[in-house]
Write a protein that binds this ligand. Structure first.
Ligand code: HEM
Length: 452
């Protein structure tokens, strides 16, 4: 077997750490272009390979998934979220996954579509005043609020009470804090005390909100017994018969609250941005939606008649995957692309890079939803398009997110057109998720029903 593959040369001790901290997506992208399928990376004290061949990606995420844990980079996330479904491993993870899984079966999620559609309609109604004023709004914030409402209502059957107005800012602070320290890899993070205090205050708000949701249900246990929260609360350990501890329940509710809103809201935010830049796609979308719905509000059963809408969402997640990159750590030596990956080393799987590989995507930087038509997708390997990951750790909420995004796009496009504020700088910001660094201020216009 060959020795270590070539890779970008970094600094003597820090390796590629400073470069990655500055521009993670840029560094991985240029390494993939320059070194091909497997590229060696030294990042501070850690070593690993960036893998961009779909066969290797499949090997790590699926075929040999047992040999991998989530990488130590997730420790930072664990600190904020706790050891729950997203961050735990092995038997404990499997148990938590089995408890939650039934809440995400497609039929179950389909039954929640009306909650999603109503929340989208509420948001659209609220936009009416904004539209008449012509004043820009930050669509990234609007989408965050909407997707959070959906998770809270649909999965947790609750509201956030006094925390409704503070939770978004708290999560932005947490995301930024974790994102900025994500790549520190054992080097201490020196945050000024004021920043650290802000982080702790944000954590307290999140904890308060989660406790509010749980206490609300305890006081009123008669809510539908089949939603995610009741499954989490009533699940019993097969051996001991015990239910989850309060702390574990808190961790899982936090995980769903955050994992469920953040990524979906970003997928939608990037859809609005891309549509504002591509009048042709906007027009085609309007035509599809108007024809299929004929003025009615969209429902789950309409989605099959809105294929282009779904292709637009898929294409937006290709160019701007909300979960732009993740990584694994090998438990035992493995073999990737003909090279030995020693135990303890990392494998970097970066959807942002996979989704733009010129070998699999023609004109990869161009926005072209048609590449997701059945004909054009037929020959593409599955493992070059991974907005939801793959294998046993694949996103549990992928159907939920797709149905929600589909309904939201149809609801909004039926009534409005969104225009980016002229001259606004849009820059993807790869923290844990891929946010727009300067927000997404847009003007909401009521639609007049023409396609020219
Ligand atoms: C567009 C929206 C979404 C995207 C792009 C997304 C992406 C992902 C990805 C890439 C992973 C795997 C990470 C890894 O392998 O390291 C993941 C896991 C997860 N996602 Fe999502 N997600 C989305 C929506 C949701 C929703 C709506 C929920 C819940 C309501 C959710 C809950 C979770 C959970 C709990 C996990 C961990 C699953 C496990 O390890 O068993 N996600 N997501």
């Amino acid at each position: 077997m060959k020795a270590v593959p070539p890779g970008p040369r970094g600094l003597p001790i820090l390796g590629m750490l400073p470069a990655i901290r500055r521009d993670p997506t840029g560094v991985f992208m240029s390494a993939a272009r320059r070194f091909g399928d497997v590229a060696y990376f030294k990042i501070g004290p850690r070593r690993g390979y960036l893998i961009t061949n779909p066969a290797d990606v499949r090997h790590v995420l699926q075929d040999n998934a047992r040999n991998y844990h989530k990488s130590p980079l997730y420790n930072k996330l664990r600190l904020s979220l706790g050891n729950g479904l997203l961050t735990s491993e092995d038997e404990f993870w499997l148990r938590q996954r089995r408890i939650a899984q039934p809440a995400f079966h497609r039929q179950r999620v389909a039954a929640l579509a009306s909650v999603m559609a109503d929340a989208a309609q509420d948001a659209a109604n609220q936009w009416q005043t904004l539209a008449s004023r012509g004043q820009p709004v930050d669509v990234a914030e609007e989408m965050m609020r909407l997707t959070r409402t959906v998770v809270v209502r649909a999965l947790l059957g609750a509201d956030l009470g006094p925390f409704t107005d503070t939770i978004d800012e708290a999560w932005t602070i947490l995301n930024q804090h974790i994102g900025e320290s994500f790549w520190s890899l054992g080097f201490s993070d020196r945050f000024p005390p004021s920043k650290y205090r802000r982080f702790q205050a944000a954590r307290a708000i999140l904890r308060g909100a989660v406790d509010h949701v749980i206490n609300q249900r305890r006081r009123n246990p008669s809510n539908p017994a089949t939603d995610l929260l009741s499954m989490l609360m009533s699940a019993r350990d097969e051996e001991t018969g015990e239910t989850m501890t309060d702390e574990q329940l808190r961790v899982e509710v936090t995980t769903f609250l955050l994992a469920g809103q953040e990524t979906t809201s970003l997928a939608l935010t990037w859809v609005w941005y891309l549509l504002s830049q591509h009048a042709d796609a906007q027009r085609r979308l309007e035509e599809e939606i108007d024809t299929a719905l004929n003025g009615r509000p969209p429902e789950f059963n309409d989605l099959v008649n809105l294929p282009y809408t779904r292709m637009v969402i898929d294409e937006a997640m290709r160019l701007y995957p909300p979960a732009w990159g993740f990584s694994r750590q090998a438990l035992a030596d493995d073999r990737l692309g003909g090279f030995r990956l020693p135990r303890g080393w990392l494998a970097f799987v970066i959807p942002f890079v996979l989704h733009r590989l010129p070998g699999y995507w023609k004109d990869p930087d161009a926005f072209n939803p048609d590449r997701f038509s059945p004909e054009q997708s037929a020959d593409r390997p599955k493992f070059v398009y991974l907005p939801f990951g793959a294998g046993p750790r694949q996103c549990i909420g992928n159907q939920f997110a797709l149905i929600e995004a589909h309904l939201v796009v149809a609801t909004i496009v039926q009534r409005y057109r969104l225009r980016l504020v002229p001259g606004h700088r849009v820059e993807p910001w790869p923290l844990i998720t891929l946010r727009p660094r300067f927000g997404m201020p847009m003007v909401i216009e009521r639609r007049t029903h023409t396609y020219q």
